[in-house]
Ligand binder design. Sequence first.
Ligand code: ZN
Length: 370
Amino acid sequence: MEFQVIRKDGNARYGILRGTHGETETPCFMPVGTLGAVKGVTWDRIGQMGYSLVLSNVYHLYLRPGLEILQEAGGIHPFTGWKGLILTDSGGFQVFSLSKLMKITEDGIYFKSHIDGSEHFFSPEFVVEFEEKIGVDIGMVLDECTPYPATYEYAKHSMERTVRWALRSIRARTTDKTAIFAIVQGGVYNDLRLKCVEMLSELPFEGFAIGGLSVGEPKDEMYRITRLVASQLPEDKPRYLMGVGKPEDILEAVEAGVDMFDCVIPTRNARNGTLFTSRGKINIKAAKFKRDFSPVDPECDCYTCKNFSRAYLRHLYVSGEINAAILNTIHNLHFYGRLMKDIREAIKKGKFQEFKRNFLEKYSSQEGSG
Ligand SMILES: [Zn+2]
């Protein structure tokens, strides 16, 4: 994997990340394809919307379809049919949030499947092996995601373990076809975060993620830690803020120097009827859209907005029609893709601050939150 920062505007960076299966401009947003598909849209549509990097997840792929089938298929690309770049989260976060966590030891994590209760074990070495064997472009290391709130002692302990596991992950590598990113932990404690950055930066990772945020902490804490960590990470490596977020959060983090994002918000919200527009979010279920024959967002040129009205989308949604999820997802992912494109253009022109101010002013001017 190669990464190049081409232009800086303040701390915001425009760059290009190249991997085995293509390249993406940064800052970028990765649609979430947990099970090897982005819910509600096919790969051709993902590609048409300009996305060339998607996120998947070791925890989920390991449970279903499992390593054997993925290997028999020749890897995750032939199995899923996606031609672009894939980054996999290790599943550490899912083990904490989804499965029944049994115990964490220095060796790794023992957990029960959320599907059938069967017992499993992840070590840092196994996660790297899995990511290499299925042929992802970027694999995240196994980390211990510090919950919020956590005491200083707890956060320190899990940060130090995350660093030890990162070192084991690097040692377990057998190929450079799969790039490995480390994850900075340390809760909301400045000194722990800085210590973690210092120790991880010495190791030969291709990129660094900021983990353990967007887990319930106040927004100003999230922004503070993001700014602190981003300012100390190596300049020449991509920086990825995991699980974030909302358009306003992405803008804050880009300003701090973050290059990569993922979040379930655009796809999950689409399935719940919440749509993003340049004037804020709307809830398509609302009765006020019953006779609203205008598009979701007059400024959007996605397939949904060019062809269908709010009234029609509301009708599909309240009738439980599967097209509601599809058309809403197309719009929301298009909105995020457009936001990232506009951010990149603004950085290239040295006008990121101006863009951010204008976007937020308009985005909060909304006809209401639906
Ligand atoms: Zn649209």
